[in-house]
Design a protein around this ligand. Structure first.
Ligand SMILES: Nc1ncnc2c1ncn2[C@@H]1O[C@H](COP(=O)(O)OP(=O)(O)O)[C@@H](O)[C@H]1O
Length: 283
């Protein structure tokens, strides 16, 4: 079935219906909503597993850190961009418009992404999956309201990085057409701004077996990256406030490459690679 022709699954339909009510409730927040951001260690994890969301602009490293954390915590990493690319990998007459929108850096319609995510979650539920780390969803407040109707989000990790560095990272991104591994040829080494420390991110080069199979995403050209950043600022930034208002937004500055950032992130989340258990992570 083509994407456009796809009937919304029952779940997605329920989400969509719930969303309209959520908009109303969002205008009238309950008094228990907290404006205070608590340390992650004080949080509760629902008995159905951890439900975490990664926010951050394109190229900030959501996929890299979300997938590492997911394997550390033995929970699925669900990347909305991957679901979309997979769905659109066999172009049809009906999906042409979506492929074009994506190549221009535009967001796809909420109905489309909700349907894809819903199908993915249903499949996971049937296979006994518990919890997730979501990356690339929600990207606007309507999507955040829909997600809120489906499950409680325990923690929202908001990755931040200077825009000039983000652009260099996006332009240096390479993907192996065979193993789908992500690499980066950008060699970033810039002075810190506002007296901050220097930012160094050495390239993440592919192994020889992938080196001849490197591809560049159609939306990683400078023009499209700038458009994606503009859309992020306009549509996705408000999602930060959505979660900040609910008290579960955790800001984290990415100021270096993976070798420095990964241990800092684990430390900030009270996680340890050695003895990582669900009990230890009381987020
Ligand atoms: N939640 C979403 N809502 C609408 N469109 C989305 C969503 N997630 C992904 N997409 C589409 O897929 C594209 C690629 O997403 P992704 O791989 O997450 O890229 P990035 O975070 O680097 O911009 C987006 O530019 C957009 O067209």
């Amino acid at each position: 079935m083509t994407l456009v022709g796809r009937r919304l699954t029952a779940e997605a339909f329920r989400w969509g219906r719930a969303a309209s009510g959520a908009v109303q409730r969002a205008m009238d927040p309950p008094s228990s909503w907290s404006l205070r951001v608590e340390a992650p260690s004080k949080r509760q994890v629902s008995k159905n597993g951890m439900h975490w969301v990664f926010l951050g602009c394109p190229g900030v490293g959501k996929g890299t850190y979300a997938s590492r954390l997911a394997s550390l915590l033995s929970i699925p990493h669900i990347a909305m961009g991957d679901l979309v690319r997979q769905e659109l990998s066999q172009p049809s007459e009906a999906s042409k418009k979506l492929i074009y929108a994506m190549s221009q850096g535009k967001l796809l319609p909420d109905q489309v992404v909700v349907s894809l995510l819903s199908t993915r979650l249903e499949k996971g539920a049937l296979e006994g999956e518990k919890g997730f780390i979501l990356d690339g969803f929600p990207r606007n407040t309507t999507q955040a309201e829909i997600l809120e109707q489906v499950t409680e989000i325990d923690l929202v990790v908001n990755l931040k990085l200077r825009e000039d560095v983000v652009i260099s990272k996006c332009l240096g991104r390479r993907i192996c057409s065979q193993c789908k591994g992500n690499f980066n040829v950008a060699n970033i080494d810039v002075e810190g701004s506002d007296g901050g420390p220097r930012i160094s991110m050495p390239p993440l080069l592919p192994p020889p077996s992938c080196a001849t199979k490197m591809t560049i995403r159609a939306d990683d050209t400078e023009e499209v990256v700038r458009e994606r950043l503009r859309i992020y600022a306009e549509e996705s930034k408000p999602v930060e406030d959505f979660y900040r208002l609910r008290g579960n937004l955790f800001d984290f500055e990415v100021a270096g490459g993976i070798p420095e950032t990964w241990p800092r992130l684990l430390d900030a989340l009270n996680l340890s690679e050695k003895d990582c258990t669900h009990q230890k992570v009381s987020v």
